[in-house]
Design a protein around this ligand. Structure first.
Ligand code: AMP
Length: 444
């Protein structure tokens, strides 16, 4: 029950209006210390209800002040426009019975209109770092009186190259303030540095032990012989699975556009979202998906970030994501707020080892599924190591003296086309995953 929290009755009224009955685990863990004004570092997945976990205590604090003040009192930084827009909606829903006003500053919107909004001085400002910094540099933004600073999806902001911008904006919040940092993953060194520099003696709430991340979502793999076979499997799944809305992930824009074209040709109502789409296209795609006019979205990771669409219950990984954390983000699109979901990864020969690394990371074994009508020749490696990875065939190489040397111990050291450029280590002690070469240069 939300009444267990010492929240203002107008906030409880809004919570009741939204038909939230039970607080989610992240809300149970974060709301009490947040109400006490503590700095928090929260590791919680998108879809866990984390927005309410920081918005409710923030509003409660702002309502506590007897006399209204014409300054920006709270700042919420997020990585993408969509996420910022969704967060604004959530803040407005919770503050509907209060006098608290919120404003949004993101790229892709009119700079002068935003400046005019800033002159009216909202109590809460929500935005993406790049445009906020531009407004700051133009002298339109004063953050000195900020009392609550939230860095949401901080790991993603770092991934997107916003580290310096975030630091600069946090540095502008010069008054004594409470800071709450949320991330879906435990992140890497960049996140540790940010935590050390922006948080004071934070309480760390770890809500998503990786192995618990995907409760409520069935995770399956289907092996495929090649991309055309993957396309056939996608058609079959879209025709035969029961779902309200589906999202299909590719690793590159080119692959997203190609698959989109094929699905349109097969008369599916589908939208595509990737980094080259402008704000109007993105908004249209998301609105149509929310309203149910379109049931299928093809997307790259960057474009799908922060998407919160009810009824998204089928995720297809046409391409396997390049890291365990990315997999977790993708699967987080479904099974939100306790709903059921199904996640299916299509696995070719070259995807196997990445898939098995992700299984190890999640400490889960994905269900192996075969579609009888579309059974191909590849069914996984003939032999696997204890790690689950394929046992590679040792190649012999003749050196100058004519001695034969074994050169390919690891299956990832296969031919040049798939040679990894670098490795990346995900948070939570995940074994290094090899970065797969993107399908095309236009990778997101
Ligand atoms: P979030 O993780 O903040 O993006 O929230 C995911 C979705 O869950 C949003 O649509 C919220 O409105 C919804 N939600 C958050 N908390 C609750 C709750 N306690 N009960 C029901 N739905 C919730």
């Amino acid at each position: 029950m939300f009444s267990q929290f010492a929240l203002h009755e107008r906030l409880l009224k809004a919570v009741a209006e939204l038909k939230f009955v039970e607080p989610t685990p992240v809300q149970v863990a974060a709301i009490p210390p947040a109400l006490e004004g503590k700095d928090l570092r929260v590791t919680a997945q998108t879809g866990s209800g984390k927005t309410a976990a920081f918005v409710l205590p923030m509003l409660n604090r702002l309502m506590g002040d007897a006399k209204p003040r014409v300054v920006i009192r709270a700042l919420i930084l997020l990585p993408t426009r969509e996420l910022a827009q969704q967060t604004l909606k959530e803040v407005e829903r919770f503050s509907q019975f209060t006098f608290i006003k919120s404003g949004l500053i993101t790229g892709g919107e009119d700079f002068k209109v935003q400046a005019a909004m800033l002159r009216k001085v909202p109590d809460i400002l929500i935005g993406t770092p790049g445009r906020l910094l531009e407004q700051l540099n133009a002298g339109n933004l004063d953050l000195k009186a900020v009392e609550v600073l939230v860095l949401d999806e901080a790991d993603r902001m770092l991934d997107m190259g916003f580290a310096e911008d975030v630091q600069r904006l946090a540095g502008e919040c010069k008054g004594a303030h409470q800071t709450m940092l949320f991330s879906a993953t435990s992140g890497g060194n960049g996140l540790r540095e940010m935590v050390a520099s922006v948080l004071k003696d934070p309480q760390h709430l770890q809500l998503n032990a990786v192995s618990q991340l995907s409760d409520g979502v069935r995770q399956q793999i289907i092996t495929a012989d090649h991309n055309q076979h993957k396309e056939q499997l996608v058609y079959w799944l879209l025709a035969n699975e029961t779902y309200q809305k589906a999202i299909i992930f590719t690793n590159t824009r080119v692959a997203a556009d190609r698959l989109y074209g094929r699905l349109v040709a097969a008369e599916h109502k589908v939208f595509v979202l990737h980094g080259e789409k402008d704000q109007k296209d993105r908004k249209l795609a998301i609105d149509r998906l929310k309203q149910g006019g379109v049931k299928i979205l093809v997307a790259t990771d960057v474009a799908a970030r922060g998407l919160d669409v009810d009824g998204l219950d089928l995720v297809i990984n046409y391409d396997m994501p390049r890291s365990g954390d990315e997999y977790v983000h993708r699967i987080g699109r479904t099974g939100r707020a306790g709903n059921e979901g199904l996640a299916i990864s299509l696995i070719c020969h070259g995807d196997w080892n990445l898939m098995s690394s992700i299984e190890r990371y999640l400490k889960q074994s994905f269900e192996r599924r075969t579609i009888k009508e579309l059974k191909g020749t590849y069914g996984g490696p003939k032999k696997v190591k204890a790690s689950g990875k394929a046992v590679g065939v040792k190649k012999k190489k003749t050196d100058k003296k004519g001695d034969k040397k074994a050169v390919a111990k690891s299956p990832t050291k296969r031919k040049t086309a798939n040679k990894p450029k670098s490795s990346l280590v995900s948070g939570d002690g995940m074994a290094p995953l090899k970065r797969k070469k993107p399908e095309a240069p236009a990778a997101e």
